[in-house]
Design a protein around this ligand. Structure first.
Ligand SMILES: Nc1ncnc2c1ncn2[C@@H]1O[C@H](COP(=O)(O)OP(=O)(O)OP(=O)(O)O)[C@@H](O)[C@H]1O
Length: 306
């Protein structure tokens, strides 16, 4: 058994000639919680659907749980569960009918666990799906996914529509369940705070290309933000290759740097800074800086220019 749950090599996929993914290489370690992040349209859902085997790449190799994906992949589908919030369930089914349907699909189905989850989530067996709120429908999908005991769970914006209390509890529950059962979790989301709290490894997609694959801690240590106070900002002081971004307000500058903080603090002290302090740089900011380096912005989305 390899230590990877998913490996994609040089995978490309286009829809009607328009590339959605270009030469993507991706690794998800077994037993990890992996955050797949990217802006709207970056290709996250396409990646997950390829890993599930419901989409087929134009070129490239995909292996999931040590099996090379083939068009006939019923066996692997037993071990992988995909949950996308907003994915339509059968609206005329009652909760119990949906659960019964799922129970017939999955050999590892755990009815007792499903019953406990439905109770905890206050989902009534007799309720008709169309009468559930979108958050309740997402909760139902997550409960069914958990009860199917997958080895790999692919969650696509799993918490859309959930209120903060259920969202936190549900994510924590899934993480605990995954840790207990050795399930690999992939969470594709815009909600970077969730990834920062929960993930071990992170990948960032940008316009169909994989631009970062990293341990979360390594990624967080790869950049720092300094606040530097200096009376004389002489020309050339900010032309160091390690400096990624600068915001200057008079004597104070907030400077984002690549690599460790200490050598840059020493650098600014040596060139005459009056004060140098490290500021917090969270994953959302790191994501923003990485995308800005790639040239991503939504400048066109500006009231004046519409
Ligand atoms: N079935 C399809 N037919 C045509 N184009 C598609 C199809 N599925 C995805 N695309 C296109 O592929 C690109 C990637 O879409 P995808 O849904 O994978 O992105 P995403 O990162 O999940 O986006 P979001 O965060 O907005 O959900 C987009 O340009 C999208 O329009």
């Amino acid at each position: 058994m390899s230590d990877m749950a998913v490996v994609m090599r040089d995978v490309s996929k286009a829809f009607r000639g328009v590339p959605a993914l270009t030469k993507v290489t991706w690794h998800v370690r077994r037993g990890s919680v992996h955050g797949l992040i990217g802006a709207n349209g970056a290709g996250k859902t396409t990646m997950l659907r390829l890993a599930l085997g419901v989409l087929w790449p134009d070129v490239g190799d995909i292996s999931v749980l040590d099996e090379q994906l083939a068009r006939e992949n019923a066996a692997i589908r037993q071990r992988v569960h995909y949950v996308a919030s907003g994915r339509p369930l059968v609206p005329s089914f009652r909760v119990e009918e949906w659960v019964r349907y799922a129970s017939l699909l999955y050999q590892a189905w755990d009815q007792a666990l499903c019953n406990r989850l439905l109770k905890a989530l206050e989902l009534k067996a007799g309720a008709t799906i169309r009468h559930l709120s979108s958050g309740q429908q997402t909760s139902l999908q997550l409960a069914v996914a958990i009860a199917s005991h997958p080895q790999l769970m692919l969650l696509d914006e799993p918490t859309n529509g959930l209120d903060v209390v259920v969202k936190r509890q549900m994510l924590q529950f899934i993480i605990d369940m995954a840790a207990d059962q050795g399930t690999t979790l992939v969470i594709a989301t815009h909600n970077i705070e969730d990834i920062e709290r929960l993930a071990d490894t992170v990948s960032i997609l940008y316009r169909g290309r994989m631009i970062v694959e990293e341990e979360l801690e390594t990624l967080k240590g790869s950049m720092h933000r300094l606040q530097v106070v200096m009376a004389d900002w002489r020309p050339g002081l900010l032309e160091d290759g390690r400096i990624i971004a600068v915001e200057r307000h008079g004597r104070t500058a907030v400077i984002t740097v690549q690599g460790p903080a200490e050598p840059m603090k020493e650098y600014f002290r040596a060139v005459g800074a009056d004060n140098v302090e490290c500021l917090d740089l969270d994953l959302t900011e790191i994501f923003r800086v990485i995308l800005a380096k790639e040239g991503y912005s939504r400048e066109a989305l500006n009231w004046e220019s519409l």
